[in-house]
Write a protein that binds this ligand. Sequence first.
Ligand SMILES: [Zn+2]
Length: 103
Amino acid sequence: MRDGLDRSISILQGERPAPMSGEGYPQDSADAGSTLSEADRTEAILHSARGQRGEVLAALARIEANAYGRCVDCGGEIPEGRLDARPDAARCVGCQAKHARRR
Ligand SMILES: [Zn+2]
């Protein structure tokens, strides 16, 4: 999973358009808009991929510390079904909901 994210991040970074080449800028406003949103979308995907990579690394650290599958907030066991859906889940459903509300 971490390797996959590393790959996606480097691919996305390579795809990012160079800032302002100064020529060949599309005159058609629809084109200009789609070029801009394309870059924005890549940036957004890159941002979430980096965030996810951090969570995966944290999950790997928890595996090494034998704390994987335990909620980092209450220490309770995270249900296996949740780990299947989110292998990098750091919290049980209840604590995750509280954590999300705090943000
Ligand atoms: Zn919990």
